[in-house]
Design a protein around this ligand. Structure first.
Ligand SMILES: Nc1nc2c(ncn2[C@@H]2O[C@H](COP(=O)(O)OP(=O)(O)OP(=O)(O)O)[C@@H](O)[C@H]2O)c(=O)[nH]1
Ligand SMILES: [Mg+2]
Length: 341
């Protein structure tokens, strides 16, 4: 996992830092934007393909809020997955930022992976995704991944029907049948995606799995436990900001994080009776963070009210949800161009 770095992620400037390392002449590398409506399994799929958890997952829609990179380095190819927030019909500024963040990944993609939930027919949000794909300036190859096939009964014709319904929304897409949870179809999917990448040396160091800083991931693991422990609107009103992350001499990592909510009533729910709920959330998150960091962790959580942070652009920026910058023309590193025959 990466060491924490203070700098803001510079789009893909990291390319330039990687020289012409040893690689096969037919090596392929590129970006796969993983898009779809909320809760279809985009993050689950990326974690499964990487064999490592880089993105939090929950049964609640709108779990992922930022664009995250998951990097799969194989012998023949490097696939750089862009996990994205679910595309939905936004109700507030945070939702708008999330949808914009997802849409903004499309011009960077060498292939699009549109994940859909095979247990249901397309809805308005799926149609919105199809619309964004259709309107994109670039038209990279598209794979429509029919996910959650483990939930369809054996031998039913539902998969065929879904294939037709979703294909009709994006006829240029090819269909992959998968179950992210069970692993079905994933090796074939990774092979197919690899074959769609352009010839290029690896774009990231071979042992790098994500672009995220551990500090951010620790905050996400806290937010994941909030999503798993609380119901209704409360989890959606929560943002987590890590304000201290330091390694202590005794080999322990000290982390202090603030859990922001919008209203005093939400604060009471998160604290729980005599602080029982925040304690449960903290314990579960600490276990997860310890697994990630492979050190013992001391986690301190504070709950603060920040009224209407989801509708305030300044607050959103402060809490790590900035509106994506307007796209500049696609740029490739010198190393990459030189290997493109
Ligand atoms: N049965 C089944 N459940 C799945 C599968 N893939 C994902 N899920 C479940 O679907 C829920 C949503 O998964 P996520 O990976 O968080 O979905 P997402 O598309 O990233 O959602 P957002 O981040 O909200 O856009 C979780 O409860 C997953 O366990 C699958 O193949 N089969
Ligand atoms: Mg997600």
């Amino acid at each position: 996992m990466n060491e924490p770095e203070p700098a803001e992620m510079n789009e893909f400037d990291v390319h330039d830092a990687i020289g012409e390392s040893e690689h096969r002449a037919d090596y392929r590398a590129g970006f796969v934007a993983v898009v779809g409506r909320p809760n279809v399994g985009k993050s689950t799929l990326i974690n499964a393909l990487l064999g490592q958890k880089i993105s939090i997952v929950s049964p609640k829609p709108q779990t992922t809020r930022n664009r995250l990179l998951g990097i799969l380095t194989r012998e023949d190819a490097q696939l750089i997955f862009l996990d994205t927030p679910g595309i939905h019909l936004p109700l507030h500024k945070l939702g708008e930022v999330m949808v914009e963040t997802a849409a903004a990944t499309l011009p960077d993609a060498d292939a699009l992976l549109w994940v859909v939930d095979a247990t249901g027919a397309p809805n308005d949000e799926d149609r919105k995704v199809a619309g964004i794909i259709a309107q994109a300036r670039t038209r990279p190859p598209l794979i429509i991944a029919l996910n959650k096939l483990d939930r369809l009964s054996e031998g039913s014709d539902t998969a065929d029907r879904r294939r037709q319904e979703y294909s009709a929304l994006a006829p240029h897409g090819e269909v992959a049948l998968i179950s992210a949870v069970r692993g079905d179809g994933l090796p074939e999917l990774a092979d197919r995606l690899s074959s769609l990448m352009p010839l290029s040396p690896p774009l990231f160091p071979q042992d790098q799995v994500t672009d995220q800083q551990v500090r951010f991931m620790a905050g996400e693991l806290v937010r994941e436990q909030v999503l798993l422990h609380l119901r209704d609107e409360v989890p959606h009103a929560v943002a987590v900001l890590v304000d201290e992350f330091s390694e202590r001499a005794n080999g322990m990592t000290y982390i202090s994080a603030v859990v922001y909510v919008e209203r005093p009533t939400q604060k009471m729910i998160i604290l729980g009776k005599d602080g029982a709920m925040i304690k449960k959330i903290g314990q579960a998150a600490r276990h997860q963070i310890e697994e990630l960091l492979e050190t013992r962790v001391f986690l301190e959580l504070w709950v603060k009210v920040r009224p209407k942070w989801r509708t305030d652009e300044e607050e959103l920026r402060r809490l790590g949800y900035p509106m994506p910058k307007k796209k500049r023309p696609r740029r490739r590193s010198t190393a990459r161009n030189s290997s493109r025959a």
